[in-house]
Design a binder for this molecule. Sequence first.
Ligand code: BTN
Length: 326
Amino acid sequence: MTSREQIIRLFRKRPGEYISGQEISDALSISRAAVWKQVEQLRDLGFGIEAQRARGYRLSESPDLLLATDISTELNTRLVGSQIHSTQEISSTNQLAQQMAAEGASEGLVVLAESQSSGRGRMGRRWESPAGVNIYCSVLLKPQIPPRQASQLTFLTAVATAETLKQHCGLDARVKWPNDILVGGRKIAGLLNELSAETEQIHALVLGIGINVNMQVEQFPEDLRYPATSVRIETGSVCSRLPLVRLLLQTVDTLYAEYLEQGFLPLRRRWEGLFDLLDRQVEVDLGQRTISGVVGGLEPDGALKLFLPDGSVERVTAGDVRPLGI
Ligand code: BTN
């Protein structure tokens, strides 16, 4: 935890109270001058911190920031969030989570950032990541399953994100194979799972979740592939990200425990309940070529089954699906 987060934690424990600079300096083992510097930085981040010569500092206002210390308070999880790393700007939360995994981080690590300079999207695309408005989150898991089954966990993040948006924001969130979350046909969240494995063993599986929360229409780039939306656009009001992140992590935690105990089937059923394209005519952009056919559901490993016009069946493991007709 950074010194700034430790100071916020001290304030949170004693709401409304003044805490002397000396007490903060003793608690953090830093100099009084360093305390003052940290307080200045917290003010730059939007915290209202009053200072009185004889009494010390008091927290009077907090911005909507995703601080590890605030998330972990009241976080009711078994595994997910056992370590939380939150930061202001980062290249990509997925990239940092992978790096921390390579350096020995434990399963359950969560990496969050206020903005990403190189947010990664699917199929080598970029994920628009402006500061302070959205959720950019990566969860590190190390499931003891064969690497070929890792794609099943994509459905876990999709179900967790859609159910969280339903429960917390009242949105009718739906899933689009494999892992887009849509509201009213517009993309509100994207998921990118990244795997590091050997033939038989998973070293690290990073579940990357990007949710457009308070982003406004003018903040979306014009050349987006899909129509996009955000919680704020859909509900017409600003959404506090902190409870949303907590619920998201709790849902991932619950679904992961259920997956480890009961396997893919219950997760698959939940995902199918959120999927609108069964039996529909679709077009799938595979990168090099585009095919069209009728969606026949999921294969046991999570691939999309497509009935082609010539009567053959195609197993699609990666691609962009677009419904055709109405
Ligand atoms: C997509 O293309 O739909 C997937 C987007 C995934 C974006 C999230 S934001 C948090 C995590 N870190 C990244 O760099 N990407 C994922």
